[in-house]
Design a protein around this ligand. Structure first.
Ligand SMILES: Cc1ncc(C[n+]2csc(CCOP(=O)(O)OP(=O)(O)O)c2C)c(N)n1
Ligand code: SF4
Length: 291
């Protein structure tokens, strides 16, 4: 293994981690570190973690690597910009489901449409944890919260079905109740040449007393090895099931080219923009041509 790797819990002893004991975020943090350590040729130097705002969005603070904290819901546009200027970097956009599907819902759809070559990890605890337990887009119908005192009246947002229907090229679900499967999924998602969604179930032990660790264990199952994730119709059918939820790669398609491969700026050379020589004469000519 490469000596320069430092995706370890190096900072943990010195930091007061702001998550409740037992929070599912710890499980995702630990498995992500382990997963990144195991990926060949991946180092903190060629990796960026991008998040928004929330409990899940604090994940880069406990991680020794490059990171960028966007505004609430803005992890994906920031990740897109990084990837467009530095296609040589491995980029993970990671946040809570409120951040990605609520405040960032519009970006979720359009990042999928563009097929940006990033991995989008969503910590799905079915609640707004940071702001003390209001309903999030994936909160179940009927659940009472300090704001939805008569129970949530909306049907939950289905990220898996929306992602497949919008043209996502890699759609998967993990859960902290099954770290092994989730680790395998993340490795495949990072390798995937295009946008990869990994929605990960995690309990919020403080504000969501319904979707507990046991609930996620009881309502999920691992997809059979024979399952054909290239069959879009079957994947949609599976995504629409609302009683139990499959863990694994639900849909994958490698036919669509990722966004940065289609940008004309990278047509003749893959060299990232920051390394290229500025041609001041050509810039001047361009400006003059617009006068
Ligand atoms: C534009 C904007 N709206 C609302 C907020 C308040 N806010 C901060 S975090 C958050 C919810 C985060 O929930 P989620 O993304 O599910 O993450 P969790 O805290 O559960 O990990 C909200 C509503 C904000 N910071 N900015
Ligand atoms: S409130 Fe919920 S999401 Fe936030 S740290 Fe505590 S358990 Fe985790």
């Amino acid at each position: 293994m490469n000596e320069t790797k430092t995706f370890s819990l190096d900072y943990e002893d010195n930091l007061d981690i702001a998550w409740c004991p037992g929070c599912g975020n710890f499980g995702i943090l630990n498995l992500l570190k382990k997963t990144l350590e195991e990926i060949e040729n991946l180092n903190p130097e060629n990796f960026v973690l991008v998040s928004g705002i929330g409990q899940a969005a604090k994940i880069p603070h406990y991680f020794k690597t490059n990171f960028f904290n966007g505004l609430h819901g803005r992890a994906l546009p920031a990740a897109t910009a990084i990837k467009a200027t530095r296609p040589d970097l491995t980029v993970i956009a990671e946040s809570g489901e409120g951040d990605m599907y609520g405040e960032g819902g519009n970006h979720f759809i359009h990042t999928i449409r563009r097929n940006i070559n990033i991995t989008n990890i969503v910590h799905d605890n079915m609640i707004y944890g940071l702001t003390k337990g209001q309903a999030s887009p994936t909160t179940q119908t009927g659940m009472t919260t300090p704001v939805q005192v008569n129970g949530v009246i909306l049907k939950p947002f289905n990220p898996i079905a929306v992602a497949i229907a919008t043209g996502a090229t890699f759609v998967a679900r993990g859960s902290v109740t099954d770290p092994k499967t989730t680790t395998e999924i993340i490795k495949e998602a990072i390798k995937h040449p295009g946008y990869a969604l990994v929605d990960i179930y995690q309990p919020c032990v403080t504000f969501n007393k319904i979707n507990t660790f046991k609930w996620f264990k009881d309502h999920t199952y691992k997809l059979d090895e024979k399952y054909d994730y290239t069959n879009k119709e079957e994947a949609i059918k599976l995504a629409l099931k609302e009683d139990e939820f499959p863990l694994g790669i639900i849909y994958k398609n490698t036919e669509r080219k990722p966004f940065d491969e289609q940008l004309s700026i990278y047509k003749n050379t893959k060299e990232p923009l920051y390394k290229r020589q500025r041609n001041l004469k050509r810039i001047e000519e361009f400006i003059n041509s617009k006068k």
